[in-house]
Design a protein around this ligand. Sequence first.
Ligand SMILES: Cc1ncc(COP(=O)(O)O)c(C=O)c1O
Length: 434
Amino acid sequence: MNIESMPAFSLSVEALQKIIAALDTDYQRYKNMGLSLDMTRGKPCAEQLDLSAPLLSLPGDAYCSMGNIDCRNYGGIDGIAEAKALFAEYLSVPVENILVGGNASLSLMHTELTIAMLRGVQGVRQPWSRLPNVKMLCPSPGYDRHFAMCEAFGIEMLPVPLLDSGPDMDMVEQMVREDALIKGIFCVPKYSNPTGITYAKESVLRLAEMETAADDFRLFWDNAYAVHDLVDDPVPLENIFDACEKAGNPDRPLIFGSTSKITFPGAGLAVFASSTKNLNSTIEFISKKSIGPDKLNQLRHVLFLQDRHGISRHMKRHRAILEPKFNAVYATLGNCLGNAGLAKWTTPDGGYFVNLDTTAGGAAEVIKMAADLGVAFTPAGATYPYSHDPRNSNIRIAPSYPAVDEIEKAIEVLSLCIKLYAYNSILSRKRATE
Ligand SMILES: Cc1ncc(COP(=O)(O)O)c(C=O)c1O
């Protein structure tokens, strides 16, 4: 959003000064309130966690899984049969291609990167760490923890724009065709963090089919929000596992998911799905660091969630809690900013975030001003590799955790800071050109 294109650009210097004086008074009023609000992380609120309270008393005495396996004991490195069946249905992937382990999909992504860096994928290719420079495509804006992980491994991140249909596929195809050091791409294909878009069928098929210079290219397919709908008829996501198989690239997708935002983040289940070759390589690798996962937790999740219908019923309860919070964000932004053209924001069909773009060059200053009023937003730039938002305009809003009245207050503050930044910028530009 450029200053010259804003309707307020046609205002006189005097009119702008008057508006800014009124906004300054509001700013002081909020300052005197001594607010302390946090809109930074997308984590479930206590009411959402309460939905899964029955988990805490499961599995009781019924601690054996299928085949009379005692879940209290060691073993079962790839998860219990019932949990694998649950996630096979959840991800629409054959059960033999599923591994359930640990409590965090991020840990599984980290494991896959470790395998690739140390041993090469499937243990037969050159380890990525021996290459002069490993590169990963990062659709942006994206998830800050993916970027932090790449940075920690010394992987060079190449941003590609995330469009409404998914990554800019023309750019992706050209880059991966020309550069064998580009070894993968981080994707959040459904209700992407933070823009909330779902990859279009065509984008998924192109990712599955595209020609890559690297023969060990991998799609890190982080399907964190597979069932996190906020509408009745969500657009379905094309099945990447099937698409890659059909395209003759069965080893390309590394699919991740978890129940972090279904049951308990930190005490949920994580899942990895991939080709038999990839899965075997992973099992071989992780069996050196663990004798087996927490099978009791897997069992209690299966008893609680049961099947995809059970998950769907449970997610409707989440939606009932989340929807008023998202609506509070939209209503407050609408009331405070209207259609003045000072910012534009998303109204996603699911997921955990509202993505807002403010005046180019303004995000860092707006977030700093809000912090000064006691309202924390995700740091500016965090949604881009190396924390570098080239337009300095992107602000991620995470409405799940705070209460509705806190959200309203926080978004009022955000809107005020957006207005202050925009009107002051317009005023300085006008003065400079006078
Ligand atoms: C896109 C995405 N992936 C992964 C995670 C974390 O998942 P987990 O708790 O399974 O590690 C999040 C959490 O916000 C996320 O937004």
